[in-house]
Design a protein around this ligand. Structure first.
Ligand SMILES: Cc1cc2nc3c(=O)[nH]c(=O)nc-3n(C[C@H](O)[C@H](O)[C@H](O)COP(=O)(O)OP(=O)(O)OC[C@H]3O[C@@H](n4cnc5c(N)ncnc54)[C@H](O)[C@@H]3O)c2cc1C
Length: 309
């Protein structure tokens, strides 16, 4: 119930206005977001890389309805990738891109514009010597996102895709995307989805995650295990051993600000541990999805509201 309400609020412009104007929100947002500016992102990225972790940077934004803004987001990624190259961080840091931020939802030629903008970002990544992963958004975008990914992979075979275990279709998608060299981030899924397309309960989603992970780990691709769940991490470790995988043939991923000690433990044991690092002004949707995932985060937020003034 609570999760559904928060996920619905993540797409409400009225709630957005209230939450964004509320001063204590900003202190809490800082836990999950590197800052608003490119320099903030580069500094946070540098700090993470210095501790043996890798990074995937997300220039925050989604659901763009404006072609100029979509092109502006592609340009922001070009600046980011140039900065990663100039600071020598590109070997340890890639970028994550939401296609809805680069035009996928535009009423005219949305998919075509998103493909062109994503191609610009991939070209900038190739020039910097790093890679791109396409984030996955709600289920209405899955076919379009995977079709854009297939097209881009013809020129950029290193392009990463994200599959969401809660979707009923995902086992089949895992089979398609588990070929040689295929970089696939497996997450549970963060959006509010109907029962017709997605498993609803935690146990069902966890079981689906394990089924999908089995396929990816037995395949020839490069699985990216994106979860904070200790059970999923343990199972991934076992599956890697059963499939005779070397440590450089898969990686763990977690979100910035979540379970940092566990991130350091995994990196310290010789695993590739990548942190998803968001930055920028458009933090609202990302922040609300994090609140929806974890009641403890919400309690912290409500306590700050109650003690206001
Ligand atoms: C790198 C990365 C990229 C992602 N990209 C996408 C994407 O493109 N599309 C998408 O839909 N979703 C994405 N997600 C979000 C994902 O789908 C989940 O919503 C999110 O990761 C929560 O699921 P979980 O696997 O961590 O486990 P949950 O089921 O949320 O939690 C399981 C257990 O993990 C531990 N845990 C979880 N959160 C915390 C916390 N804050 N502090 C301490 N322990 C905690 C607890 O032990 C908890 O019981 C991404 C997640 C990551 C890590």
């Amino acid at each position: 119930m609570l999760r559904s309400a928060l996920l619905a609020a993540s797409r409400s412009s009225q709630v957005r206005t209230v939450v964004e104007k509320f001063p204590p929100t900003h202190a809490i947002v800082e836990r999950f977001v590197a800052g608003e500016k490119l320099d903030d992102a580069v500094t946070a990225c540098d700090d993470l890389v210095a501790t043996g972790r890798k990074v995937t940077l997300d220039h925050l934004g989604e659901d763009t309805q404006d072609a100029t803004q979509a092109a502006g987001t592609a340009e922001a990624y070009e600046h980011l990738l140039a900065a990663l190259k100039d600071t020598g961080l590109a070997a340890g840091a890639e970028v994550s891109v939401k296609l809805s931020a680069v035009g996928q939802f535009l009423p005219v030629d949305g998919e075509k514009i998103a493909l062109e903008n994503a191609r610009r970002i991939c070209e900038a990544a190739a020039a910097a010597g790093t890679t791109v992963t396409l984030d996955m958004e709600d289920h209405t975008t899955t076919d379009s996102t995977l079709s854009i990914a297939r097209e881009l992979r013809a020129d950029f075979p290193w392009l990463g895709v994200v599959l969401q275990a809660y979707l009923r279709r995902t086992e089949a998608d895992c089979r398609e995307f588990s070929g040689a060299g295929s970089r696939v981030r497996l997450c549970k899924g963060a959006y509010k989805e109907p029962e017709s397309v997605a498993f609803q309960g935690k146990r069902e989603v966890d079981l689906a995650y394990v089924r999908a992970l089995k396929i990816l780990m037995a395949g020839e691709g490069y699985p990216m295990i994106a979860s904070h769940d200790p059970h999923m991490i343990k199972i991934a470790d076992q599956l890697a051993q059963w499939n005779g995988r070397k440590r450089d043939s898969y990686e763990y991923q977690m979100l910035y600000g979540i379970r940092p000690e566990e991130q350091l433990r995994l990196a310290g044991e010789g695993n590739t541990m990548r942190v998803y690092l968001p930055y920028g002004q458009e933090w609202y949707g990302y922040f609300m999805r994090r609140l929806a995932e974890r009641p403890a985060n919400l309690t912290f937020f409500l306590r700050a509201m109650a003690t206001r003034g």
